[in-house]
Design a protein around this ligand. Structure first.
Ligand code: ZN
Length: 299
């Protein structure tokens, strides 16, 4: 069977077709311009793949940047809602895809829940049913699963916006989130690193003080998530986490902050507890393929 997956991000839409095992056969990267052009290009890619492979898509999964409306009873189900991204507020994302493929089940969820699903299916979370997937990049988003179900609630988690105390030596006057002066995203996303040090993170040396501060903010948030949800593991993905030196720093700080309060053998070193995505940068789009498969199974 052939499945379609869309990883809808604020800077690019990655679309792919793949099989039952989540192996990607072909993919394309579409810049996130205005909704009509971006979604048309995504639909055109899938139509072309159907012709080239002489096979119809069995299902499509869409993991979208948000906030999104996940309530099937809502008139705005499948929409990106109140995003600050220009031109994208209250955009129907799932609708045009469903309209272009009317008989095909279309799954829709947040980008991070979708990546979490991919990780549970084929990546680092295969042994976990309660875990968190956090992406640290242009923004910070968190999703995951609770007892094998993707985290949904009144809306969906917005873990990037937990509020944190600002460290005294932080040179940044205010976090970059327009809504909160001191949330995790505003203090620790890629643009916050850039604003604080006046240079993009990827140009800073591995021993630059940026990374200690970055690990500090992420560790504060992770401890709060650990005591709230009791996850069996935490996956940290996204472009900022390409800085591999962050993982040991974060583990060390999480252990110090926990101060031996939580007792479990898996929390002794945190080596296999705070981990990179098993699917690497493909977690989002392979997760979208998994989301399509789930939509087909539920159909
Ligand atoms: Zn915020």
């Amino acid at each position: 069977m052939l499945f379609g997956g869309i990883e809808g991000g604020g800077t690019k839409f990655v679309c792919a077709v793949g099989d039952e095992a989540g192996q990607i056969h072909q993919w394309v990267r579409i810049p996130t311009i205005d909704p009509a052009h971006t979604l048309d290009a995504a639909i055109a890619f899938f139509k072309k793949q159907e012709v080239l492979r002489n096979e119809r898509l069995a299902a499509i999964g869409i993991g979208s940047f948000g906030p999104v409306d996940l309530d099937p009873a809502s008139e705005h189900y499948g929409y990106i809602t109140r995003t600050p991204k220009e031109g994208w507020a209250f955009t129907d994302v799932a609708g045009p895809v469903q309209k272009a493929f009317p008989d095909v089940p279309v799954g829709f969820d947040t980008d991070v829940n979708t990546a979490a699903l991919g990780e549970q299916r084929w990546g680092a979370a295969q042994d976990w049913d309660t875990f968190i997937y956090l992406t640290v990049g242009t923004g910070i988003g968190g999703g995951g699963m609770l007892a094998g179900r993707m985290l949904h609630g009144l809306i969906h988690p917005e873990m990037g916006h937990v509020l944190l105390p600002v460290r005294e030596d932080d040179p940044l006057a205010r976090g970059v989130c327009p809504f909160h002066p001191n949330c995790l995203e505003g203090l620790a996303c890629g643009p916050a690193i850039q604003a604080r040090w006046d240079a993009p993170g990827e140009t800073l040396a591995p021993d630059h003080p940026a990374w200690d501060l970055e690990a500090h903010y992420l560790a504060l948030a992770l401890v709060d998530f650990m005591v709230t949800l009791s996850p069996q593991g935490i996956i940290l993905g996204g472009s900022v986490m390409h800085q591999r030196q962050l993982y040991p720093l974060i583990r060390q700080k999480v252990r110090a902050l926990l101060n031996d309060y939580l007792v479990h053998p898996r929390l002794e070193t945190l080596e296999d507890y705070i981990v990179p995505p098993g699917l690497g940068d493909d977690a989002g789009v392979r997760g979208a393929i998994a989301l399509g498969q789930a939509a087909l199974a539920a159909d």
